[in-house]
Design a protein around this ligand. Structure first.
Ligand SMILES: Nc1ncnc2c1ncn2[C@@H]1O[C@H](COP(=O)(O)OP(=O)(O)O)[C@@H](O)[C@H]1O
Ligand SMILES: [Mg+2]
Length: 386
């Protein structure tokens, strides 16, 4: 609701090539193009404070050329803040960010040339038609040397790519949410950037629009490196190759959607230490029902420690203790090794509910791909029944 109400487009901020550097910015060596294996985005120890609020707390991640990286976390996790820093929209308090090897703070112009940014609210001008708006953006973002005909062909090109040609002469104000989002994507693509930063690109869309936008994003990967944010689990499993989960400004997990799904489906890890260094304790522990994997963690002269992964539905602690006693080994330590991902997701869900006043939009688990669609925006140009 408030999305449409927001009137001032962020367009000038988005295109502004001058940013204020923080006064306490640590000295950084002059930026140079990274020669490492096609690393397109590198965020290192990024911290952003708004006065007393730490919105992003020591966040680090990378994205390689052509991949789609998801930033997943509940509302207020720090996704938008991270993206704003990454696009040079505002300075970090600490840490660094590079795009295609260019530091976004010390080399903002070069970095911004390589970034297309779709903010949470697409920066559209309501009084312009789609074509007028994209032409305006093209004039801002393309170098002065680009000819008029080239500019026109770029505008036509991005309209085709994002499937909005039929709305070329419609005023931005009159567009449905789905089309606004696609026009937002079109403006982000106009200078054919290497990197696309998309802030909740499918939020508020109806099911059909969500599928279209996801397909579009997938089609863009390869040529572009995409970082997208979402607070909905299915989004990342459908679109992203890798996921960075953030909660309260901190990275809590980085993995592929498949691995996360696997873990989410229920796996807990125990640390078990026994004084049975000579025996094949790993093989014995593996026979316990519910145990998925046993790996050696540490070994000393008298003791050996294992990580024992198991299904969460089954509390294996008693069976583990019993087996160790039966074998005549000494049980030195038995404790949960870390919070399972499921716990983290439950935590995220709780936060979401608190923040969004009980919204059920946060689908759980991954497989519920329809969950997000259920309460998508009512506005739709694409679905006949909507
Ligand atoms: N301009 C701002 N001033 C003060 N606090 C802010 C500002 N923008 C965001 N925050 C706070 O920073 C935290 C992270 O917000 P944000 O990056 O928007 O998260 P997300 O995009 O994951 O929902 C939240 O606690 C939010 O209230
Ligand atoms: Mg946000």
């Amino acid at each position: 609701m408030s999305r449409q109400a927001k009137k001032t487009p962020d367009v000038f901020l988005a295109f502004s090539h001058t940013i204020e550097l923080p006064k306490h910015w640590p000295t950084v060596s002059p930026s140079r193009r990274t020669t490492r294996r096609a690393l397109m985005i590198e965020v290192q120890h990024l911290t952003k404070r708004y006065g007393p609020v730490t919105a992003v707390d020591d966040v680090s991640f990378r994205a390689e050329k052509g991949e789609i990286l998801g930033l997943l976390g509940p509302n207020g996790a720090g996704k938008t803040t991270t993206m704003r820093v990454l696009t040079g929209y505002m300075p970090a308090t600490e840490g660094s960010a590079t795009v295609a090897g260019y530091d976004v703070f010390t080399n903002p112009i070069e970095a911004k040339r390589r970034v297309g940014y779709l903010p949470e609210t697409p920066p559209l001008y309501p009084d312009m038609t789609v074509r007028e708006y994209l032409t305006f953006v093209a004039k801002l973002k393309l170098p002065g040397s680009v000819s008029r005909s080239e500019r026109i062909s770029r505008v036509n090109g991005v309209m085709t790519k994002t499937n909005i040609t039929d709305m070329a002469n419609r005023h931005c104000a009159k567009l449905s949410k789905g089309y606004k989002q696609r026009v937002g994507l079109a403006q982000a693509l106009i200078h054919d950037p290497e990197v696309l930063i998309l802030d909740e690109p499918t939020a508020g869309l109806d099911p059909k629009q969500i599928i279209e936008v996801r397909d579009l994003i997938r089609a863009l990967a390869g040529n572009h490196t995409v970082v997208l944010s979402t607070h909905i689990l299915p989004e990342v499993s459908q679109t992203c190759r890798r996921v960075v989960i953030i909660n309260r400004g901190r990275v809590v997990a980085v993995d592929t959607p498949d691995n996360l799904t696997q873990q989410l489906k229920g796996s807990a890890t125990l640390y078990v230490q026994v004084d049975a260094a000579g025996a094949d304790a790993a093989a014995a522990l593996s026979t316990i029902i519910g145990v998925r994997q046993v790996s050696e963690h540490d070994r000393r002269e008298q003791s050996v420690g294992f990580e024992v992964a198991s299904d969460t539905e089954r509390d294996i602690r008693r069976d583990v203790a019993r087996m160790i006693v039966d074998k005549g080994w000494g049980l030195l330590e038995l404790r949960p090794l870390r919070l399972s991902l499921e716990d983290i997701f439950l935590q995220l869900t709780t936060d979401e509910n608190q923040l969004a006043g009980g919204s059920k939009e946060f689908a759980f688990p991954f497989d519920g791909a329809q969950g997000d669609a259920a309460e998508a925006a009512s506005e739709s140009e694409a679905t006949p029944n909507a």
